[in-house]
Design a protein around this ligand. Structure first.
Ligand code: MF3
Ligand code: CO
Length: 260
């Protein structure tokens, strides 16, 4: 989500067992849809075709696309190619080609409850630099997920991401952040991908968070294209995005958008 200066809601929501059952289902639908998209990505495929695969899948499972209509967003998924960071709009004229990377972000709403996840996929063979960008961004998410447990603070997640990414010589986008998710698509707390450990709200069992590092190969600056949505790297370098919805528990993280 776009970084907001004010609070989203007053409080961080703790979900009941009944709510968690529905959030789990929403997240499972998200994970399955992303698997279908992974299989569909290939040279020559348009991002509009990916949109159709995603929407079909989400609706067939009895859910609705969480992004469509959200603040006027026109599609079910975001498809962001190469230097596009997030919020790329699927289009017939955007055809994937060998060597591209494509970030696919997808949210589903099931009986009023939300799941949100994203992956960046290679199209055919990609450069060693692009491979390293994907690996490091995914590793940053994995390290962040390990911090998503009762008693830690939001800043511990932020620092796990920033420290890993910068050690590898890449940069973390500042304009977008992770977020609480579940009863709404975007809830408190905001979860920045940068900042010091030991700060921010304390994590409690029953919170559900979308953790979503966006990593640029060059500088962290972004700009928004004329369509009002697509964020691209200001310096034209590649960008990657991985996201999971995770449940905070006493005994450690439960990653809800991973296929078991
Ligand atoms: N995962 C993204 C986010 O949290 C997806 C939002 S796309 C939008 O910002 F279209 F819904 F805005
Ligand atoms: Co999100």
């Amino acid at each position: 989500m776009l970084f907001e200066r004010g609070a989203l809601q007053e409080v961080i929501l703790i979900k009941s067992a009944e709510e968690l059952a529905l959030i789990r289902q929403a997240c499972h639908i998200v994970a399955q849809a992303l698997e279908a998209l992974r299989a569909a990505v290939a040279p020559g495929v348009s991002t509009k075709e990916l949109e159709a695969v995603a929407e079909e899948h989400i609706r067939r499972k009895g859910a609705t696309p969480a992004f469509k209509g959200y603040r006027g967003y026109p599609a079910s998924i975001c498809t962001s190619v190469n230097d596009q960071v997030v919020h790329g709009i699927p289009a017939e004229g955007v055809r994937l080609k060998e060597g591209d990377i494509v970030s696919i972000d997808l949210g589903a709403c099931y009986r009023g409850y939300y799941g949100d996840a994203a992956v960046t996929l290679p199209v055919g063979r990609i450069s060693p630099q692009a491979q390293r960008l994907l690996r490091v961004t995914q590793e940053a998410l994995e390290l962040a997920l390990q911090e998503a447990t009762e008693g830690r603070r939001v800043g511990d997640i932020s620092w796990a991401i920033q420290s890993h990414v910068e050690k590898e010589g890449f940069s973390v986008v500042r304009a977008f952040v992770g977020h609480g998710v579940g009863r709404y698509l975007h809830e408190e707390p905001q979860v920045p991908n940068f900042g010091p450990p030991g700060r921010g709200p304390r994590l409690r069992a029953g919170m559900t968070l979308a953790i979503e590092p966006m990593v640029n190969a060059g500088h962290w600056g972004v700009r928004i294209l004329q369509d009002g949505w697509t964020a691209v790297t200001a310096d034209g370098t590649l960008s990657a995005h991985f996201e999971h919805t995770v449940l905070i528990r006493k005994d450690g993280p439960e990653v809800l958008t991973k296929l078991q």
